[in-house]
Design a protein around this ligand. Sequence first.
Ligand SMILES: Cc1ncc(COP(=O)(O)O)c(C=O)c1O
Length: 445
Amino acid sequence: MHSYQPDLRLQLFPVSASLEKTQQGERLAIAGLDVHDLAQDYGTPLYLYDQATLQQSLEDYQQALARDYPGESRITYAGKAFLCTAMAQWCHRQGLVVDCTGANEILLAAHAGLPRQQILVHGVNKSLADLETAISCAGVLVIDNLAELDRLTQLAQQSSDLPELWLRLRPGLSVDTHSYTQTGHLDSKFGMSAQECVVAARRCLERSLPLTGLHFHQGSHFHDPSLVKPAIEFALDLVREIRHDLGWLPQTLSPGGGWGVPYHEDDLPHLPVEEYVRTIAEALHSACQARNLPLPRLQLEPGRSLIARAGVAIYRVGTVKQTPNRRWLLIDGGMADNIRPALYGARYTALPAFNPHRQPVAPAWIAGPYCESGDILIEDLPLPEIEPGELLAVPVSGAYQLSMSSNYNGAARPAVVWLEDGAPTLLISRQVAGDLYRNDRPLPQ
Ligand SMILES: Cc1ncc(COP(=O)(O)O)c(C=O)c1O
């Protein structure tokens, strides 16, 4: 475990973050904007997204793909990490495909102006509404199971313009991550076995459905890229078999997403995304050569590694409390806007937004205002003395936080502000009490 090193913590923040020296002291700024001013204008908890960081992460992927993959390639943004109208519009401008789960995310993306070709649909138990919405709005529908394929076949009879279909393979090979975010193992609820994929491919071809791709996703937030290699081998063995039996070859192969990010200074240094892309590109290249298969289009599907670092959560400390063995900093957000620590022990860090270079005192336990003892955002974190009213900035807050947020204890979902070229833009307004009971109806008289 590192001691208190504010400069190391700062490395986890967006690329545009800096500590500005003022007459009063050092102040955290992102994209040239003082975090205190933003908190004053928009309130706390506040979520900031830095455009420069998002752009940088995308370019890292694009450059790595251009350098290492000899075939055609594409990037899908996994919308489950964080999606709103502006985010979908950003993807549109960047030419990214957006992975949507369920009818409502598809409708959000379509409403944001994404054309069919930039909407891809996932889901392990798609309802009829999900399938119908995908048929009318999406360019790619990833089939999770044979029952879903049957439902789709029924619906396809009424439609002349179907999305391209991909099969989701369950390779039986997971990645090294928390069990709640593993998806590729044999008993995962996601996807089809190799045998089921053969059956699905046969059914699609017999019915002249537009089958074009093969997909797998082994899990989220892993750090060892070599674990994708055996899954690529497995998928290409299946491709070889299907080509032999049915004469079909996928135009696109998608090994999903899942590349991890550093959340805490103890996670540094972290393998760069280039290593992940290079490993996949080389594995696919050599696996195709070994089986005498043409190179498919490679479609990566990152969520977290594109957007997590761009996001920063700003909280205000309300109460400082001492219990026999712990110094508590009680803040105005927690498990309602970030369930990850409670859900799977995710480990975060935080920086005081004012004068972070003060001497550390005893480690702090940073907890939210909600009625759960598990509402602890960060445990045992070296920090200086913190006064009530100070701001704490939590880096790497861009993924799977707001998208999994709740109204627990009547929590209003926080405001989201986009920072670009020194200017803030409100992307999502803070919820108000009325948003919590808008859909409620009174008891009958
Ligand atoms: C099918 C699929 N693709 C991509 C992703 C993105 O994962 P990550 O955000 O870790 O890159 C997920 C996340 O669980 C997923 O389920």
